[in-house]
Ligand binder design. Sequence first.
Ligand code: NAD
Length: 335
Amino acid sequence: MPHEPAGIVLVGCGRISSSHLRAIAELPGDYRLIAAVDPDIDRAKAAAAPSGGHALTSLEDALTLPGVTCALLCTPNADHFAQARACLGAGVHVLVEKPLAETGAQARELAELAARKGLVLSAGHTFRHCAPVRYLQDHAAELGPLRAVEVSACVFWDGPQAPWWADITPAEGLIVSLFAPHSLDFIQLAMNGDVPSRVHAEGARHQSGWQGEDEAMIQLAYPGGRMASLHLSYNQLPIHDRKVLFFERGVMEIVHGETLLWNGEPVIVPPPGMVTDPGRMGGRDLAHYFRNQLIEFAKAMRSEPHRCPTGEEAAQGIELLDRVRASLRVNSLQG
Ligand SMILES: NC(=O)c1ccc[n+]([C@@H]2O[C@H](COP(=O)([O-])OP(=O)(O)OC[C@H]3O[C@@H](n4cnc5c(N)ncnc54)[C@H](O)[C@@H]3O)[C@@H](O)[C@H]2O)c1
């Protein structure tokens, strides 16, 4: 069915916004950029110029523009809650970069507001939007009961990638706030969204350019004797990115996001050029993740079946993150 492109406002024109802008430009049937917003007007202008959209410094002004139906928030984490609430309050669907909000209570408030208003609220769990995760979603029921999941998400960042990373306190959690949301989203997908019965987290800091932990280990116990472990690192070269799922009928592995093995045999391999040098940062093409994510968000806004996290799922994820942070504070901060 032909449909009108959604009028989108992109808020926060920093590092990650370029991936989203590229995806918006590649999806003219789904999106039309109406405005880009950033307190740094030059950034807003650079983001809006290719599509001829407005460049503004105020979200409130952008939300009054004719034709705006949705917003994409690419701002620092501390802004997500207030800006998402403003968008929903203005009757605009919103895709919030991860994390949806800084606390479970804020995330729950957003999910409830979106439900009351009949609006789509989703979160940028970008790394679920690839062929191996879709295969898992579509085939898990054939593989027998799932007993355990092991995730290693170990990458390398040489200090803060945005200035506000340096301000994140140990109590707020650095790698658990910035990076864990992706892996926890994967684990929650594998565990059918069940709420873990127990959560244990340990953290350590190996670099000096930030205050929070840059290495963490998280263990999750789920009803039915299922378990998950997650190792996060900002200190690892070569990159080690591996997800292993232990089903009754065999072992599924997802390597560097794109290759899926079943009992060691390849089931999905990436097309040539997608994964060039997976051991180094930037050695994978991620454009399709951002494109797929926006395609799914557009379907959600049209009330079609979609693979975006719902507001409810995203809020559950932040409630889980609260428990991870609480455990981290009890364990690693005592030395
Ligand atoms: N999905 C992913 O893989 C992924 C990757 C990187 C970052 N992120 C998330 O994206 C968000 C942005 O991260 P980034 O690395 O691009 O940060 P960044 O600091 O590079 O960009 C943030 C931009 O927001 C602007 N800004 C600040 N306050 C604003 C306000 N009140 N209104 C509008 N704009 C404002 C800043 O001027 C800056 O241009 C974060 O939430 C981060 O967690 C997601």
